[in-house]
Write a protein that binds this ligand. Structure first.
Ligand code: FE2
Ligand code: FE2
Length: 287
């Protein structure tokens, strides 16, 4: 039987106090689809939101992107990093800001974002090593894969409390505990937010399928990357993934991604380096 999630979904879709993204971010998604758009057009659009533009530049200039020269304008950043990457950096900046008010709850907000930034870093490292067409999308997908948890904490605190208890009493992962308590998990809740924020399909599916990559029918590689990144990040003990367990990686995915023990060791090293360069992302959360 399908779990009754309609009433939960309605709460998310109709919530008035849900975090909002900069209107610039919505227009960016539209604009980027226009093949005639120029770097200057996008630069001007992002510059309309001064806070967003300055945060985007701060991230662009962070050690994470390892640029050899300082970039002073969004247009220049687009020339160097490309449209998609800069769009995703602006989206990351906007989202990290949008969830600021979750800090007041007794939820491990910093640990959550550390896990998310770690998964984002791992996803980018993994996508690059696979020479994946999803390389530009991997970071933002990893960053947002667990966003449904923030909604659970904020809008369904009683269920969240039950889930937290069940994780410890039954020693099960967070998504399994959510399934037991509500009949669905944070990956579905995250998708409702993706619908509300009109995320592109690949991003929405990466959020939706990150705990069941074998069932993916579209954008499979991106979903596998995020799923694996989540596990690698837990293996490195980065942040708080909601439970202390490391799920087993699907053997089919091991094979499809051509992961050998040696490659995993190399990846873990690159992820740790990437994480030590991601301090500007973490700073945004700590402010
Ligand atoms: Fe998750
Ligand atoms: Fe996760």
């Amino acid at each position: 039987m399908e779990p009754d999630f309609q009433s939960y979904r309605d709460v998310v879709h109709t919530a008035k106090d849900l975090p909002t993204l900069s209107s610039v971010v919505h227009r960016l998604h539209e604009m980027i689809r226009n093949p005639n758009v120029s770097a200057a057009d996008i630069g001007q659009l992002i510059a309309q939101d001064v806070a967003l533009a300055s945060t985007t530049l701060k991230l662009v200039n962070s050690a994470f992107y390892g640029l050899s020269q300082k970039v002073n304008s969004v247009t220049h950043a687009i020339v160097i990093l490309g449209f998609n990457k800069v769009k995703n950096i602006a989206l990351a900046a906007s989202i990290l800001k949008a969830f600021e008010n979750c800090k007041s709850t007794d939820f491990d907000y910093l640990g959550f974002w550390e896990h998310s930034i770690g998964t984002a870093t791992a996803a980018e490292v993994l996508a690059r090593s696979l020479r994946s067409p999803y390389t530009d999308e991997a970071f933002i997908s990893g960053l947002l894969h667990d966003q449904g948890k923030l909604i659970l904490v904020q809008y369904f605190p009683e269920e969240f409390q039950k889930v937290s208890t069940l994780i410890h009493t039954n020693r099960i992962t967070m998504h399994k505990a959510e399934q037991e308590v509500m009949g669905f998990d944070h990956s579905l809740v995250g998708t409702w937010l993706a619908e509300k924020w009109k995320f592109p399909e690949h991003l929405s599916l990466a959020i939706r399928m990150h705990h069941k990559p074998a069932m993916a029918r579209q954008h499979n590689e991106l979903i596998q990357i995020v799923h694996t990144a989540d596990i690698l990040c837990r293996a490195l003990n980065i942040g708080n993934g909601g439970d202390p367990f490391i799920s087993e990686l699907d053997t089919q995915i091991w094979t499809q991604m051509n992961l050998t023990e040696q490659r995993v060791d190399d990846l873990l090293g690159d992820i740790s380096t990437g994480m030590s360069n991601a301090s500007e992302f973490l700073e945004l959360v700590r402010q």
